[in-house]
Design a protein around this ligand. Structure first.
Ligand code: ADP
Ligand code: ASP
Ligand code: MG
Length: 413
């Protein structure tokens, strides 16, 4: 059972989570709960670091950020004791979450769950601090990237061969658009790994991308549901288990994108390889890439790509250090809107409709990229909300007004 930040935001909510954990135990299950930091704790810690230093040392950043989830776990263990059950809280390192050494976005390389298993055998409820691990090489504390507690939960579920990994959050499940932006968004009772991977990769933050990859690779069942009531939420299932393949399943968005344009890229084989190897070595996830055709031999090309806004400074440093280009230009305030659906694989015309709808809204498309089941457009960050709503309407994805109960609406953090 994983509880996100809003679900443990204050003492009452910690007690509420503790009650749910205890109820699951009393129903005869062995329970491991992974908790996030309370409310906006991680954001507050990031701001504090940025007040101290313009570029905080990443090792120390991880020491700092990992404290948030430890607080939640210790408090929840106390609450569970008061409910008459034995509980033990563990840091990521104590829980055996082993990672590589890429501080602030480490990848889990192994989970040695013997200590968790022993505590379960001892009839204890185990609380694991999410979002963190320990590097096998440096023995330093690492964190798994924003939203990383989802991945902790899935990895622990895989290591213990759990029946299910329940992700308790502040909405009813995975919706066909962010319910904070589209009030009549519909919850998806089931969603395929393939589609939810694309949704997460294109900005739907409800499940961390790596948690879905990990679950798919290790055969973990994910049930994403609300921590505020008992109704079932969204089951993530394999493609074969999904009954229908609608043309469009969801509209997603991201507002944390930055555009980088490199002018005067020498027109010779190997340059793109060098450029993107340097960015990969700096641990930067490049998303969309466009290169224009250079006009004839020896003419320099122009390359445009997007990176997460947080990585822009490092990306620009890396490019300047290469010293091979005429000019590097960037815009930190881009947004992205995407339309996703397994059904679009066999249907032409979806892209045309997406572009037409956005055009009618007067929204300019700066970049476009497609996969067999996704169309993404980079647009002005300010227009993202309008774009999502217009596309959600145009593909008729909303619940009818009389059916909208309103009780799925997100809870204030
Ligand atoms: P937690 O703290 O529980 O991990 P997150 O904030 O990481 O919660 O994720 C839940 C939030 O994800 C919701 O409040 C919602 O605003 C947002 N969200 C974005 N896209 C979607 C979507 N397609 N379906 C559900 N929630 C979404
Ligand atoms: N607390 C971390 C974050 O805010 C991890 C998580 O909540 O999943 O990103
Ligand atoms: Mg989250």
């Amino acid at each position: 059972m994983k509880f996100g930040g809003t679900s443990v935001a204050d003492s009452d909510r910690i007690k509420n989570a503790a009650r749910r954990i205890v109820a699951a135990r009393e129903a005869g299950n062995r329970v491991v709960a992974v908790l996030s930091a309370q409310g906006k704790t991680t954001d507050a810690l990031v701001s504090q670091a940025n007040e101290i230093s313009e570029r905080p040392v990443t090792r120390e950043m991880d020491m700092l950020l990992s404290t948030g989830e430890r607080i939640s776990c210790a408090l929840a263990a106390m609450a569970i004791h008061d409910l008459g059950h034995e509980a033990i809280s563990l840091t990521g390192s104590q829980a055996g979450i082993l990672t590589d050494t890429s501080h602030t976005k480490a990848r889990i390389v192994d989970v040695r769950a013997d200590r968790i298993a022993a505590a379960l055998d001892d009839n204890k409820i185990v609380l694991v601090a999410g979002f963190q691990g320990v590097s096998t090489d440096s023995k330093d504390v690492t964190t798994l990237g924003r939203g990383g507690s989802d991945t902790t939960a899935v990895a622990v579920a895989a290591a213990l061969k759990a029946d299910v990994c329940e992700i308790y959050t502040d909405v009813d499940g995975v919706f066909n658009a962010d319910p904070r932006i589209v009030p009549n968004a519909r919850m998806l009772p089931v969603v395929s790994f393939e589609e939810v991977l694309e949704m997460s990769a294109s900005g739907a933050g409800v499940l961390q991308l790596r948690s879905i990859e990990y679950a798919r690779n290790h055969g973990v069942r994910i049930h994403c549901r609300s921590s505020f009531h008992d109704r079932t939420g969204t089951m993530v299932v394999s493609q074969e288990e999904t009954m229908e393949q609608p043309l469009v399943t969801a509209v997603t968005h991201a507002t944390n994108e930055a555009r980088v344009t490199v002018r005067g890229v020498p027109d010779r084989p190997g340059v793109a390889g060098e450029l993107f190897t340097k960015l990969a070595d700096a641990n930067i996830n490049v998303d969309m890439i466009i290169q224009n055709e250079s006009m004839g031999m020896d003419h320099p090309a122009e390359m445009t790509f997007t990176v997460p806004k947080d990585d822009l400074a490092v990306a620009l440093d890396t490019l300047h250090a290469m010293g091979e280009f005429d000019d590097v230009d960037s815009d930190p305030s881009m947004g992205k809107v995407s339309v996703i659906g397994a059904g679009m694989r066999s249907h032409p015309g979806v892209a045309a409709k997406v572009f037409t709808v956005l055009g009618q809204q007067g929204i300019n498309l700066e970049m476009i990229s497609t996969s067999p089941i996704k169309i993404s457009c980079v647009i002005d960050g300010e227009r993202v909300g309008d774009a999502v709503k217009a596309l959600h309407d145009a593909f008729e994805l909303g619940v009818a007004e009389e059916q909208a109960t309103g009780d799925f609406r997100p809870v204030a953090p």
